[in-house]
Structures are given as structure tokens and as C-alpha cells.
Write a protein that binds this ligand. Structure first.
Ligand code: URA
Length: 246
């Protein structure tokens, strides 16, 4: 993979030493020393200080060991509450998802949810898994319960299913069904910025409340907002199966 194939989740990439810290290698300072000492490679090339990388896309090696294959990977399922941001650090001092899970080993969120969106978020230090879960080519399903203004007609739901015009191109085919008046279940395979909100806006039914209820095979109706748990071995296997290249 090259840095040109950037994930839409991380358009500019993050500083290498920061990504390494998040993946549990060491503090930023230690990582800077590792880079300066020529012990770090990105996509097989010797890394330079200040390089930007795309977590989960670029292959990072320390002393010849790929970070994604390091032991002790952990994968959590978090029920993100409203008002918490998905970025690793927030310049406005808002609570971040990182603060809701254990400090060690350092994990990062797989994709993003808007501050106002609730629901399931996977957090891991497994770069390869994160990459596969977010990269559009793997097309992992994300299911949302969407409370909208008004009551979408059958034609409006059909538009959601067939694809609506967005400013960054039409949405791909999706599944959409009515759960209750003004409440729809929408399943998409993409992860564009504010995609569900923009799709619903495009059909004239702005979102009032947005809850992610499933990521591929992973769902949990009992996990309380603000709580997290580790994925079970069988969930991890199902997830691995869901992101196997076809
Ligand atoms: N779609 C959105 O609009 N927001 C999210 O947080 C996730 C999907």
C-alpha cells in the first residue's frame, strides 16, 4: 500500500511518532529516537522524522517487526455517547473516546463517529484489522438507527437504497427500511464523512438522532452508552472472516 491510497478517514495522515505511540510502541519521545536511530521503516523504506502515515494503511516496522503483527493486540467495542469526540486529542478540551477505554495498551478508533452520533465504535491497536474495517474495498456493513424529521415516503426510502447525489459523488446502494414512523434502519457499506446525515438531508429528512447499531457481524444491544468491552474470541473470528479479501 502506498500513502497515496489514503483512507478517507485520515486524508492527511498522522505523524509517525504519534501513530506509533497510539499503537503502544512507546512515548512520542521514545518513538522519535527510534526513528532518528533508523530503526523504523514505513512501507519498507527507512522512515524520517516528521513523516505522516495513515494508520492501518501504511505498514510500519520497528526493528524489522511489523506493528500489525505485534503480539498483545486488543480490540474493544465501545458504545459512544453523544458529545464525545472520536479524535485522539481534542483541542477544545472535549471528552474523547480514548478517555473512555483503558490507557494501556494504546488503542485508536476504527473510523469515526460524529460528536453527535451515538453507538458502536471498534477501538483497537491492530492496524491491519483497522485498515480492513475502514477501507472501502472491503465494504464492511455499518447499520444505523436513524431518527429523522418527518416521515420518509416509500419513494424516499427507495432513493436511499438506490443512491442519492452527494457533493462528493452518489452514495452506493444501501439497505433502508422503516422501523417506526420517522425512524429508519439504514445499512451502508461506505464510511464517508457525515454520510448518513447527508444522505437523509438529500431526501429532505434531516437526522434528529443517529445511533450506530452494527459493524459487520458485531452488534450489542446491552452495552450501555459510555461502556466498553473486549470483543470475544468468536466475535474476533467473525470479524476476521468478514474482512478476508474475497
Ligand atoms: N454517518 C454520519 O452522518 N455520521 C456518523 O457519525 C456516522 C455515519
Amino acid at each position: 500500500m502506498t500513502t497515496e491510497e489514503a483512507s478517507p478517514e485520515h486524508p492527511d495522515g498522522d505523524r509517525l511518532q504519534k501513530v506509533m505511540a497510539r499503537m503502544g510502541v512507546g512515548s512520542r519521545r521514545v518513538n522519535e529516537d527510534l526513528i532518528a536511530d533508523g530503526r523504523v521503516k514505513v512501507n519498507g523504506e527507512l522512515a524520517v522524522l516528521g513523516a505522516r502515515v495513515h494508520p492501518g494503511i501504511d505498514e510500519i516496522e520497528v526493528d524489522g517487526v511489523a506493528l500489525s503483527s505485534m503480539p498483545d493486540t486488543v480490540t474493544y467495542l465501545l458504545n459512544k455517547p453523544v458529545g464525545v469526540v472520536t479524535t485522539a486529542e481534542d483541542t477544545h478540551d472535549r471528552q474523547t473516546v480514548i478517555q473512555l477505554v483503558p490507557d494501556e495498551p494504546r488503542v485508536f478508533s476504527v473510523g469515526r463517529l460524529d460528536m453527535d452520533t451515538e453507538g458502536l465504535l471498534i477501538m483497537t491497536n491492530d492496524g491491519k484489522l483497522a485498515h480492513r474495517l475502514t477501507h472501502p474495498s472491503f465494504g464492511i456493513e455499518k447499520e444505523y438507527l436513524v431518527h429523522v424529521n418527518g416521515i420518509p415516503s416509500r419513494a424516499a426510502l427507495r432513493m436511499l437504497r438506490e443512491g442519492v447525489e452527494l457533493d462528493d459523488g452518489p452514495s452506493l446502494p444501501a439497505q433502508a427500511s422503516t422501523v417506526a414512523p420517522g425512524m429508519i434502519k439504514l445499512t451502508i457499506h461506505e464510511g464517508r464523512n457525515r454520510q448518513v446525515r447527508r444522505m437523509c438531508e438529500a431526501i429532505g429528512h434531516p437526522v434528529r438522532r443517529l445511533v450506530r447499531t452494527r459493524i459487520g457481524p458485531i452488534s450489542d444491544t446491552r452495552l450501555k452508552p459510555g461502556s466498553w468491552r473486549e470483543l470475544t474470541q468468536s466475535e474476533l473470528l467473525e470479524l476476521q472472516r468478514a474482512v478476508e479479501p474475497r
